[in-house]
Design a protein around this ligand. Structure first.
Ligand code: MRU
Length: 362
């Protein structure tokens, strides 16, 4: 994606300097600030604190975090401990576990002296594959929309939730990939981005779409049902943090409500995600671990104060009773199609296996 007109990835590897650079997403949309990550602990902190977020980007960051760890020591014990630390950072996005399992499978058989270089190379492969897969998701999604969607006006009105765009990946986005593809192909497209309380990732979506010149309107989460009922939404598309083997989809809290409203209004609801987000070992949505985050994410709101300084505003006293589940599960029957790098399929076991027949087990 272009930032200030320059093609930019969200993660820049610097193997010669034993480091990589990330965008601190906690400072967006107010400041585009790059942070250097030079230790395993800094990588784990970046994921846990959501400086980086979004399932594919979490996976790539963890892979590079492991490379950093092995630069200092590459024993069997170090490899296992570093992977365990990174694995503990966030529970729901399965891309994290997928990336670490892939790295361990490549690195463990190697002699320790060969591991660091191999880790940097494998992390780069994961990052490059993410970019290629998102481009394929964009092409498949756009083809599907051309075939299935009949815009009610001149412009395609797409609703999304959270941020499953460029910022959630190394480049290109998942749910936003077909949006960028449509825009770049000259198809008039407009996005409704829902705020996504409590962490407001919808602001990230609005920011990155604006950077690329895609028209976008930010709305409060509670406005989604009205817009759908009023005929102002042609389709809804979201990303995923984990898709179970039966097609149930875990995504940012609030996704399920959008799927329900879409179903009630006959609006197609799509999920876009790469293979690394599909957990064939997880039978159904009830088995997906749901992250519960700090209550202060609900008690405080963040923004710029009247002097333009980043500040937090307390809306509930410290210790006030809150719950903060970060994800929900949308059952497969509410999903019109899952779009992956291999094409699209129904959100069911049969559908997923039609794209990934190698995952079929006796
Ligand atoms: O908690 P986050 O911001 O990491 O969650 C991200 C999401 O839930 C996104 O919507 C998403 O679809 C997964 S990343 C493409």
């Amino acid at each position: 994606m272009n930032i200030d007109g320059i093609p930019t990835r969200t993660l820049r590897a610097r193997p010669d300097q034993r480091a990589f650079d990330i965008i601190d997403q906690t400072r967006l949309p107010h400041a585009l600030h790059w942070v250097r990550v030079a230790t395993l602990e800094e990588a784990a902190h970046a994921i846990r604190s959501m400086q980086v977020r979004g399932a594919p980007l979490i996976g790539a960051t963890a892979a590079y975090g492991l490379a950093l760890a092995l630069d200092f020591e590459a024993s069997d014990r170090r490899l296992a401990e570093a992977a365990a630390l990174l694995r503990s950072t966030r529970p729901t996005a399965v891309n994290l576990h997928w990336a670490l399992a892939r790295m361990e499978a490549v690195l463990a058989p190697l002699p320790p002296a060969a591991r660091a270089a191999a880790a940097w190379a494998e992390a780069a492969a994961i990052a490059d594959e993410d970019v290629a897969q998102n481009a394929a998701i964009g092409a498949h999604g756009l083809a599907l929309w051309r075939e299935q969607l009949v815009p009610r006006g001149d412009t395609l009105h797409i609703m999304t939730h959270c941020n499953a765009g460029w910022l959630a990946t190394v480049d290109g986005g998942t749910a936003l990939a077909p949006v960028y593809a449509a825009h770049d192909a000259g198809l008039p497209v407009h996005v409704w981005a829902s705020e996504t309380r409590p962490r407001n990732q919808g602001l990230l979506t609005a920011w990155e779409l604006d950077q690329h010149g895609v028209p976008c309107t930010l709305v409060a989460d509670n406005a989604a049902g009205l817009l759908m009922r009023n005929g102002q939404v042609d389709a809804v598309i979201v990303g995923a943090d984990r898709i179970a083997a039966n097609g149930d989809v875990a995504n940012k809290i609030g996704t399920y409500l959008k799927a329900l409203a879409a179903a009630d209004n006959g609006i197609p609801f799509y999920v876009a995600a790469p293979r690394s987000t599909i957990d064939f070992a997880c039978a159904d949505g009830a088995h997906i671990p749901i992250e519960s985050r700090d209550g202060d994410e609900v008690r405080l709101v963040h923004g710029l104060d009247s002097r333009g300084v980043p500040s937090a505003l307390r809306q509930l006293p410290a210790g006030g009773d809150v719950a903060n589940p970060a994800f929900d599960v949308t059952p497969g029957w509410l999903v019109k199609g899952i779009i992956t790098e291999r094409g699209s399929c129904p959100a069911s076991r049969e559908g997923l296996l039609s794209l990934y027949p190698e995952e079929a087990r006796a």
